[in-house]
Design a binder for this molecule. Structure first.
Ligand SMILES: [Fe+2]
Ligand SMILES: [Fe+2]
Length: 231
């Protein structure tokens, strides 16, 4: 899609996969090496392991999704500020607005992930403590937001790189979660958000689709790293 058509056409979000494609792509994720994560990403993952344990769980993924939307919010905010200063340069303003539209679509996609995880946790009456599962994730998200803005202002590629690391980690973690939890294969997803996000014959397929959304987000950030600012 050309940069001029994003805002006009709307951003459709990551592609959806058939059950066969999901299984094939999950195997591809498991077989692929992880990115070489930077210092900030490694610090974030280590903090999450310390606070929520190394075991992959619904509760830990919910924290991950609270943090995941933050860079997209940061980029949207910075792009709007840039628009305020550069709106008179029509072509540049259009390109900046395309970034806003793309950031919003990515935030929306992460929002569905968060809502679905909350729903699955809620249905199972899993413990959701105020401090560990609500306040600390908000604090992590606040710090991550400030870091994303600061990196983006200094050098956008640094912010995109941090996000690519975060998304690569999420892609692999979800794929491993499916691999490690056989029960996911025998529970279907037809919940409150099925209308918007999709119905799945198993939670394994649902989490594989989420993993591939994260791969898509990663690739979008890697593409942006290679581009000059606001093009
Ligand atoms: Fe996500
Ligand atoms: Fe993501």
């Amino acid at each position: 899609m050309s940069s001029q058509s994003v805002a006009a056409a709307g951003h459709t979000g990551p592609p959806k996969y058939s059950p066969q494609e999901l299984e094939r792509e999950r195997r591809a994720t498991l077989a692929s090496p992880r990115r070489s994560y930077g210092v900030a990403a490694r610090a974030l993952f280590a903090t999450m392991d310390l606070l929520y344990g190394r075991t992959r769980s619904l509760a830990k993924f919910k924290v991950l999704e609270i943090v995941a939307r933050v860079p997209y919010q940061a980029w949207e905010q910075v792009a709007y500020i840039a628009l305020t200063h550069r709106y008179s340069r029509t072509h540049l303003a259009r390109r900046i607005f395309d970034r806003v539209v793309e950031s919003r679509a990515q935030q929306d996609n992460e929002q569905w992930h968060l809502l679905i995880l909350h729903e699955l946790i809620d249905e199972r009456n899993l413990r959701d403590s105020l401090v560990r599962h609500r306040l600390i994730p908000q604090l992590l998200a606040f710090v991550y937001y400030q870091l994303s803005v600061a990196l983006y202002i200094v050098r956008p590629a640094w912010s995109y790189r941090l996000n690519a690391d975060f998304e690569d980690h999420a892609e692999h973690e979800y794929a491993l979660f499916v691999e490690e939890n056989a029960w996911l294969a025998v529970v279907a997803y037809d919940g409150q958000f099925a209308e918007e996000y999709g119905r799945y014959a198993s939670l394994g397929e649902l989490f594989t689709q989420i993993s591939l959304d994260e791969r898509h987000h990663k690739n979008e950030s890697l593409d942006k790293m290679a581009q000059p600012r606001f093009t």
